[in-house]
Design a protein around this ligand. Structure first.
Ligand code: SF4
Ligand code: SF4
Length: 382
């Protein structure tokens, strides 16, 4: 059976226009009934909060899109949570929730804005057929949800070329997992890791914020480009296939789509996808490609060494610690032992930053390595 992708033109972030496009595109692919959402169900909207950037920067999911989506599921009686973790730790995520406008939308709609690092991560069984992850820790609000909705921003990505519904799931796993996938030093392997994550989470719906997106060297510092669409699908792989080809990528050029499709997570081949609504080809979008050096051109050994030198770690400030043991009891990998003050085993540390978030006395600081500080100054966040 073919997967369905609905594409609706949407010329601005005017609330009524966005709401109409969101409701109509989701209803065109089966609506809330097809997702079996009932009153009291928990729906997690996994927005893109890459960093503390304003809506007009086109880096994060636009708050008006998040608002219309939250209301869509509230109309069905669901409890809605909007959340993500940024690329630079919990403090940045907290800022990102504010600056992006997502926190304000959560207040207006009486939903919850969730900082995944503050809520912690839970180990779930590695999905069958996983190729790159032997264990998977996933943010608790994602694990607890009855339905996960991936809500990406239409953007280029300097590693995977395109960042869509699949790559958007990267924010659901802790930093150490993300670095592990980066350290594979190969875009195909990295994409297989993204497919592992998608396979563990199985989003039931994906909605693309493509009103204004980003081409060139996305996902943070490319060119802001108007695309004028909202797209929805129950199949995240199909949504990415349609949206990436719509902006000029060839079929099979985006490896996250290829790998997830070959794993049977959805349809990546256009012949197996029925596009409803606007014919995306008529939009005539032809985006500038990513210009940064592809990961595959860096010798993988060198890349692994470099990645090992880029980190942000929790570091104890002994003077603030009362030895209450709260951090140790909340650490998902038992990487903290008290002797008599907390001692961290960095080999077991997921860099989920729960200890930093949960400590009642502010006894942890997050310390960046030299290379992480240098890359951060250059605007590069892994
Ligand atoms: S939670 Fe904070 S105060 Fe308590 S043991 Fe851990 S670091 Fe010390
Ligand atoms: S030591 Fe802290 S950052 Fe590391 S896994 Fe434990 S709670 Fe997470």
């Amino acid at each position: 059976m073919k997967s369905e992708v609905a594409v609706k033109e949407c010329s601005s972030y005017d609330y009524d226009e966005v709401k109409q496009a969101i409701y109509s595109s989701i209803n065109m692919v089966g609506g809330v009934k097809s997702m079996h959402v009932a009153g009291g169900d928990r729906v997690l909207l996994k927005v893109n909060l890459l960093g503390a950037r304003k809506p007009e920067d086109a880096v994060t999911t636009h708050p008006v899109v998040a608002k219309a989506l939250a209301e869509y599921f509230q109309d069905a009686g669901a409890d809605v949570v909007l959340g993500d973790s940024s690329a630079a730790g919990p403090v940045e995520t907290r800022k990102a929730l504010k600056v992006s406008g997502i926190e304000q939308i959560a207040n207006e709609t009486k939903t919850k804005a969730s900082n995944f690092e503050a809520e912690g991560f839970t180990r779930i069984p590695a999905p069958k057929g996983a190729m790159r992850l032997t264990e998977v820790y996933v943010a608790k609000p994602v694990v607890d949800a009855d339905l996960v909705v991936s809500v990406p921003k239409l953007k280029n990505h300097n590693l995977t070329k395109f960042t869509g519904a699949l790559k958007n799931l990267f924010g659901t796993v802790p930093t150490a997992t993300r670095m592990k996938l980066h350290a594979l030093g190969n875009i195909r392997y990295f994409s297989q890791g993204i497919a592992d994550i998608a396979s563990a989470i199985k989003p039931g719906l994906a909605v693309m914020d493509g009103v204004v997106g980003m081409d060139g060297n996305g996902p943070s510092y490319g060119n802001i480009r108007k695309a004028g669409i909202i797209a929805a699908s129950r199949d995240s792989v199909a949504l990415d296939a349609v949206c990436s080809t719509m902006v000029g990528y060839k079929e099979n050029e985006v490896l996250t789509t290829v790998e997830a499709s070959s794993r049977g997570l959805g349809h990546g081949a256009l012949k197996n996808i029925q596009v409803k609504g606007t014919d995306a080809r008529r939009l005539n979008l032809s985006w500038d490609k990513v210009k940064t050096m592809p990961l595959d051109m860096v010798p993988s050994r060198l890349f692994k060494i470099m990645i090992g030198l880029v980190y942000t770690r929790p570091k104890l400030i002994k003077a603030n610690c009362t030895r209450c043991a709260t951090c140790a009891s909340h650490c998902p990998t038992h990487a903290i032992s008290l002797s008599p003050y907390p001692v961290l085993d960095y080999n077991r540390c997921l860099r989920c930053y729960t200890c930093n978030e949960i400590c009642p006395n502010g006894a942890y600081e997050l310390r960046k390595s030299f290379l992480a500080r240098v890359l951060g100054r250059m605007g590069i966040q892994l």
